[in-house]
Design a protein around this ligand. Structure first.
Ligand code: 3PG
Length: 394
């Protein structure tokens, strides 16, 4: 793909589509700035080469009701960016309106402008060409550095770059890095490759599992989807969460995977979801009546840890249990620890899993923590994205 290195940047206004869709606290402060930090190499490169920046991002999923949408304004994000860049950042309250136009027309080299949440405009979701042309009209060139949004066909991802001549469209360093890592994982990973799949639903992972199976040595299962698999095998699952309408799909995956798919050999069970409720560890494939599984057990965590230690590549998506609550997080912590200690190439992706690794303090010890949630999963499914098709190859 054409990258930002290939663009003529000096004296140019560059519209950079970033993914600053970051988690916020109840008070509206940025609680995790990983995605903002991840865009800095691209932003700094452009600034150092004499460009000015018009930054476009969404935040959350605005409803269109002004009183609710105030929480999705980008002011706090722009403040955090200003701290991280160490230079002034101007934030305007519209995207293609008079404020944005005035601010972009007076933007000097080295200047940074953050437009308002692009999803406040109905044209964004619809991929509306008129809206796209207005947005593109604010700059001379386009850079996509929003890896987390690459699976969306929204205007700022597809129709906006199409408004620029081919030699003025590129990907940024973050998108380049994420794609390179995924390419290696899916194309020629260091063997043996082990995939660790957790989370609540089998249904979210069917395509990922199907695509990964031929490439992996082992597929280790955790999280609530375990109980759907157990139920599909005919085992009692007590009060555990089960996707009753996905048992056929689970059976299909079990048959397809054969020995490659590894289910937990023990479980942490509780009498309720309440973190103060009674818990115990049960071995085997049966969850007793009146109990629900909420984490992998210690023997499973140790066995998965051993496989992770001996792997060449480990890819992880989805927590091993209900890790938001202390009593149910040991399994997720243990596998994160095993990955951090492993000499394997370790890649973590998907919003929740990346957040967990960050929270436990292991992010720095992974080969790569993806900034993508849905985008990361769709890459693992083997999908290709329209947002990248519109960026020419070099
Ligand atoms: C994400 O967080 O996965 C991206 O920012 C995309 O957000 P969306 O799922 O609201 O499109």
């Amino acid at each position: 793909k054409q990258t930002i290195r290939d663009l003529d940047l000096s004296g140019k206004k560059v519209l950079v589509r970033v993914d600053f869709n970051v988690p916020l606290t109840k008070e509206g402060a940025v609680s995790d700035d990983r995605r903002i930090k991840a865009a800095l190499p691209t932003l700094n490169f452009a600034l150092e080469h004499g460009a000015s920046l018009v930054l476009v991002s969404h935040l959350g999923r605005p409803s269109g009701k002004p009183e609710e949408d105030a929480a999705f304004r980008l002011d706090r994000v722009a403040e955090r960016l200003q701290e991280l860049l160490g230079r002034p950042v101007t934030k305007v309250n519209d995207t293609v309106g008079p404020e944005a136009q005035a601010a972009s027309s007076t933007l000097a080299p080295g200047g940074v402008l953050v437009l308002e949440n692009v999803r406040f405009n109905p044209g964004e979701k619809k991929g509306d060409p008129t809206f796209a042309a207005a947005l593109a009209g604010l700059a001379d060139a386009y850079v996509n550095d929003a890896f987390g949004t690459c699976h969306r066909d929204e205007a700022s991802m597809v129709a906006v770059p199409e408004c620029f001549p081919a030699d003025r469209r590129a990907i940024g360093f973050l998108v380049e890095k994420e794609l390179q890592i995924l390419d290696t994982l899916l194309g020629h990973p260091k063997p043996p490759m082990v995939a660790l799949m957790g989370g609540a639903k089998v249904s979210d992972k069917i395509l990922v599992i199907e695509n990964l199976l031929p490439k992996v040595e082992r597929l280790l299962i955790g999280g609530a989807m375990t109980y759907t698999f157990l139920k599909a095998q005919g085992h009692p699952t007590g009060k555990s969460r089960v996707e009753a309408d996905k048992l056929d799909e689970a059976r299909h995956l079990l048959q397809l995977a054969g020995d490659k798919l590894v289910l937990p050999q023990d479980h942490l069970v509780s009498t309720s979801l309440d973190p103060s409720a009674e818990t115990k560890v049960v071995a085997g494939t049966e969850i007793p009546d009146g109990w629900l599984g909420l984490d992998i057990g210690p023997a499973t965590a140790a066995a998965y840890g051993e496989l992770i230690k001996n792997a060449g590549t480990v890819i992880w998506n989805g927590p091993m249990g209900k890790f938001e609550d202390e009593p149910f997080r040991k399994g997720t912590v243990k596998v994160a620890e095993a990955m951090a200690d492993s000499a394997a190439v370790t890649v973590v992706g998907g919003g929740e899993t990346a957040e967990a690794v960050e929270e436990f303090g292991y992010a720095e010890k992974m080969t790569h923590v993806s900034t993508g949630g849905g985008a990361f999963l769709e890459c693992l499914e083997g999908k290709s994205f329209n947002s990248l098709k519109v960026i020419p190859d070099r």
